[in-house]
Write a new protein. Sequence first.
Lengths: 217, 102, 96
Amino acid sequence: MSHAHDHPHDVTQHDPEAAERNRLPPLGKRMYAMRDLLVEKGVLSADDIQAEIEYMDARSPANGARLVARAWVDSEFKARLLSDPKGACAEMGIDASGLVEFVVVENTETVHNLIVCTLCSCYPRPILGRPPDWYKSFAYRSRAVVEPRAVMREFGTVLPDEVEVRVYDSSADMRYLVLPQRPPGTDGVGEAELAELVTRDSMIGVTLARSPAMLSS
Amino acid sequence: MDRTHDMGGRPTDASIAPAEHTLADWEVLADAVAVALGRKGIRSTDESRRAMEDLPPDEYLSLSYYERWIHATEALLVEKGVLSREEIDRKLEELEEPWAVS
Amino acid sequence: MTSPLRIGDSVRVRADWPPGHVRTPAYVRGKPGWIERIHGDFRNPELLAYGRDGLPLRTLYMVGFRQMDLWPSRYAESSNDHLYVDIYDHWLESIA
């Protein structure tokens, strides 16, 4: 999604940026104004801004899925992922330098983890990309800590009472990622195919990883 | 004293609509400029959060996620003397001029 | 804080309500929990938020809580459930 810096006074041609601006909320318009001023004053360059757009466009849950799939097939990697997540990312060529600190919490037969940031929607962006709207919603921020199971039911996830639910509220610089359980019936499935079972939502904790039956449908 | 942004456990009946939307260009820009300013040391995550938290409650609750970011970016740029509100207002008027000028 | 906290120590989050930017959510203030992890030392976000240098460094802990302790008479789900928040040392007091 490249976004060339159109000179704002190119009036002879259709200016898609101008058309876009016409649909903007007032603060959106102010953002364009600030951008233009910052570039004019040399505070930021158009390249600085483009670099950030490209950085975030390149981040997606696929990064997290690769970590999880590797952990499923390689128990020593899993141990490293849990004890030194940034190191494990480096091993896999995933750039986690944008994270101050990173914690991976493992789902097991007896424990299920759920991540939220009640204060502002912090999210492990370098690993998962941008967060979905629902994660940033007031409803999620309010309810995930006090009724996590009800929240998970809205995503179709029902857990027995005997399974302990642990909610992590990312209040500081730690960013959290759930390592979902490997679905049953995946023996012998290769790492790349296993990664396809690992959804973003399973790494936030509102769902389990997909089962192979779901994938083939 | 509870602050509006401090939402954990706030009573609500709202369901979690599994909504997502592809970001509009202005939202992508808001994100990119904020992060770029961060890399230059002009804006920090902590300052940005504080600026958002200082929004009056009704605005905090009615603005969208990236509108809050833009509010914080402007507040910090003005606070630090990088831009003035007047300059931003003037640039905005300039950008909103009708295109069909002879 | 006379001595640093250790994993397993029982703590209570201070029921303080200071003005300004804080990252200790309201719903844990005054609540009892324990030290689950020690994250290390970080600059204080309450000061960084105002452009200050955030020093001296504060120790950041992952504090665990029983949901039944956080939401007495309100938590309607399993009594087995827990919640974890990252909290700075100056918000925690040791309890027996």
